[in-house]
Ligand binder design. Structure first.
Ligand code: DC
Length: 223
C-alpha cells in the first residue's frame, strides 16, 4: 500500500488539501486530528479535566472509535455508536483534543488504529506526527505550514461560514495555545520529518497549494 503523510499546525490547510488530493488520486483520506478530537470530546462529556491524565486514561477503556466513509468519501467519526463528526469541531473540543493528545496513553491507544488503516488502504493521512511516528516509511511526506495570522484568518472565516460566534482574536489566541502545546509536548511533538518536503502556503491560494501538493505527490510516486 502507498501512504502519504501530511503534517503541520492547525489551519495550514491540511485537511482541505488532503481531502481533495485523495479524491484525485483515488486514495482514502484519514483525518487523524478528528480521532484525537473524539477522545477530547469524550473526556469533556465525562467531566474529566483536559489535563487530568489519570481521569482521561481511565476513560480510554470505555471509548470505542470507528471511522466510516460516506458515498462522497467524507470521513465520519463514530464515538460509541454515535456520529460526532459535527460536535468535535467546536473551539472547546479543539483545546481538549490538543491537551489529551499530549498524554502518552492516548497516543498509544490511537497508534494501532492509524497504522492499521494505512496497511489496508492507499492513504493520505494528515496530523502532527504522521511522517515522524505513525508512518515513518510513508512514500511521500509533506510538512504544510503558514504564518499564524494567515492560519487564524482562514480558520476564522471557516467558523464564520458555519455561523459560529467568535472573534478573530479568539481564534488566533486558541491557535497560538495549540501551536505551543502541540510543538512542545514530550511525546510525538509537531515537527517536520527530516525527509519531508516543506511547503509554506502563507502567500498561496488554496488552488495553488493543492496543485503544488499534487505535483509533489505525483512526482515522488512516479505517477
Ligand atoms: O488537526 P486538528 O486541529 O483537528 O487536531 C486536533 C488536535 O489533535 C491538535 O491540536 C493536536 C492533536 N493531534 C495530534 O496530536 N496528532 C495528530 N496526528 C493529529 C492531531
Amino acid at each position: 500500500m502507498r501512504s502519504i503523510a501530511i503534517d503541520g499546525p492547525s489551519g495550514a490547510g491540511k485537511s482541505t488539501i488532503a481531502r481533495i488530493a485523495a479524491k484525485r488520486l483515488g486514495f482514502i483520506y484519514v483525518d487523524t486530528g478528528a480521532i484525537y478530537r473524539a477522545v477530547g470530546l469524550f473526556a469533556k462529556m465525562n467531566n474529566a479535566g483536559s489535563k487530568d491524565s489519570e481521569a482521561v486514561g481511565a476513560l480510554l477503556q470505555k471509548i470505542k472509535i470507528d471511522i466510516k466513509y460516506d458515498e462522497a468519501g467524507v470521513q465520519h467519526m463514530i464515538l460509541n455508536g454515535e456520529d460526532v463528526s459535527e460536535s468535535i469541531r467546536t473551539p472547546e473540543v479543539s483545546i481538549y483534543a490538543s491537551d489529551v493528545s499530549a498524554m502518552p496513553a492516548v497516543r498509544a491507544f490511537l497508534l494501532g488504529m492509524q497504522r492499521d488503516l494505512a496497511e489496508r488502504y492507499d492513504v493520505i493521512m494528515d496530523g502532527r506526527d504522521i511522517g515522524t511516528v505513525v508512518l515513518p516509511n510513508a512514500s511521500v511526506k509533506i510538512f504544510l505550514t503558514a504564518s499564524p495570522e494567515a492560519r487564524a484568518r482562514r480558520r476564522f472565516l471557516e467558523l464564520l461560514e458555519k455561523g459560529a460566534a467568535c472573534s478573530y482574536e479568539e481564534v488566533l489566541s486558541d491557535m497560538q495555545y495549540r501551536d505551543k502545546n502541540d510543538s512542545s509536548r514530550e511525546i510525538a511533538p509537531l515537527k517536520p520529518a527530516p525527509d519531508s518536503v516543506f511547503l509554506d502556503t502563507t502567500e498561496k491560494t488554496l488552488e495553488e497549494s493543492i496543485e503544488e501538493v499534487l505535483r509533489i505527490i505525483t512526482e515522488r510516486l512516479g505517477l
